[in-house]
Write a protein that binds this ligand. Structure first.
Ligand code: UDX
Length: 451
């Protein structure tokens, strides 16, 4: 294999889940605006629509997943299958791209997700530099990296009796805030340990965060991860939100409905692309919303309620009784929704993208974390940045009503709104010339060109 020449083309390969695709495509746009040509690789599973991004080149990787594999409810299981199946097709695709006849710019670097661990050896065999996009927060990365220690100290696997206890090594986290996953805890520990090593041996890590938001976490992580680290977020605020990378079609009726509502009056509810609730929780959410008497926009993603098609489990007459106060869709243009002046509150599961999108628009949060890193993101929202409240007593209609009222109309809500507007300003300022993300992006561009 010929030595790779320095060039201006980047290959980006996202993990095929919405919460990972969005930041990778946003990063692609950021780097495209800084002069790089972009090639996106994507698996057949959750494949991307090239017509949404006519300024990029797309190549699909045949993943060979069976229907049983793609219908698993465990994202980690799917990740393991993809790591086994994609090695050879990825290698072939990369070989073709690298042996290009010269009609395209030479490739400077591969940027991929740390969970795609097979890309490490393949990139190495082609002597292709490989950077990683970590789609979660820096804090969550520190917590995952501490997994072996957390096991040794007995915090993990979590015991029911210890959930409220503090994790003294990682304040202000409690045991219940530590990440969980549906797979076997020992297998999870092994995957996470490998994942930490994969990050440490990369040519650098890009984070969708800013120094201003996670200053302390960045100070902590740098000595443990002695590789270049680039916090250049929030990615989506670098360019206008005209591009979509949604796997489901975005229901634009949200925006015309929001246009009819008073400023800051609407509660927006969405639990991201994977989280699911049971029927009892679904009904508590529905009644909690109706009882607040506040207008609401609710994303009920097909699959949100296990075993149901869509809204058929809502009580008869529920929608009619709302009398126009509620608007329910299958998938929303979330970034546009959060930026709409009618939205006053975001009831979220605290996936990192949703959390960051809410902060960027200054929308206070009701936190209802479900799994993965969501609990620790929620702890930071409620206890560190103090820009939201958690449903601490669970998903109960009374608790929902009180929490929404506290945030919308009470003094506690005023303080939270004030903190949120300051955090929004600080976070978005980091993208301005001289700001921390602005400088870090300059550093990233120079780093890529030096690889
Ligand atoms: C997953 C994990 O759950 C999350 O904890 C991790 O940080 C990333 O991977 P997900 O659950 O989908 O992600 O949540 P989140 O990170 O919030 O990403 C969801 C994305 O989908 C956001 O960019 C959001 O804007 C978008 N979205 C969501 C829509 O565009 N429309 C919707 O209706 C709902």
């Amino acid at each position: 294999m010929e030595q790779i020449r320095k060039g201006q083309r980047l290959i980006l390969f996202p993990l095929p889940f919405q919460g990972h695709i969005n930041p990778m495509l946003e990063l692609a746009n950021v780097l495209h605006f800084r002069g790089f040509s972009i090639t996106i690789l994507h698996t057949n599973f959750n494949s991307l629509n090239p017509s949404n991004h006519p300024h990029f080149t797309f190549h699909s990787i045949p993943d060979g997943l069976s229907e049983t594999e793609t219908s698993t409810k465990s994202p980690m299981l799917l990740v393991s299958c993809l790591n086994r199946r994609c090695h050879d097709p990825f290698r072939n695709c990369l070989a073709n791209l690298l042996s290009d006849d010269g009609s395209e710019e030479p490739i400077a670097c591969l940027i991929t997700d740390p969970l795609f661990n097979f890309t490490q050896s393949v990139a190495k065999s082609f002597k292709l530099p490989r950077m990683l996009l970590r789609t979660g927060s820096v804090t969550s990365t520190i917590v995952y990296a501490a997994f072996p220690l957390l096991w040794e100290k007995g915090y993990l696997p979590k015991q029911e009796s210890q959930l409220e206890e503090p994790v003294v090594e990682l304040p202000p986290l409690k045991v219940k805030d530590l990440p969980t996953n549906s797979c076997d805890p020992k297998i999870f520990l092994q995957l996470i340990t490998e994942w930490g090593n994969v990050i440490k041996t990369s040519d650098g890590v890009i984070f969708n965060t800013s120094e201003d938001l996670e200053e302390q976490a960045l100070l902590t992580i740098r000595p443990d991860f002695p590789i270049p680290i680039f916090p250049i977020g929030p990615f989506h605020k670098w360019f206008p939100t005209s591009y979509t990378s949604s796997l489901l079609s975005e229901d634009e009726s949200c925006i015309s409905w929001l246009n009819t509502q008073a400023p800051k009056s609407v509660v927006y509810i969405s639990f991201g692309s994977i989280a699911a609730v049971n029927e009892a929780q679904f009904l508590e959410i529905a009644w909690g919303l109706a009882n607040t008497n506040q207008p609401f926009l609710w994303v009920v993603r097909p699959g949100l309620l296990q075993g149901s098609e869509w809204l058929e489990k809502l009580p008869q007459g529920y929608l009619e009784a709302l009398d126009g106060k509620g608007h329910i869709v299958k998938w929303a243009p979330q970034k546009k929704v959060l930026a709409h002046p009618a939205v006053g509150l975001f009831w979220t599961h605290n996936g990192w993208n949703s959390t960051l999108e809410s902060i960027s628009e200054g929308v206070p949060m009701v936190c209802m974390p479900i799994s993965c890193d969501q609990m620790l993101n929620a702890r930071y929202v409620s206890d560190v940045w103090r820009v939201g409240l958690q449903l601490e007593k669970g998903i109960k209609r009374g608790e929902i009503e009180i929490t929404i009222r506290n945030l919308m109309t009470e003094k506690e809500g005023e303080e939270i709104k004030d903190k949120m507007s300051k955090l929004k300003e600080k976070t978005n300022l980091s993208l301005r010339e001289g700001g921390s993300s602005y400088q870090s992006l300059d550093g990233l561009v120079n780093h890529i060109l030096s690889l």
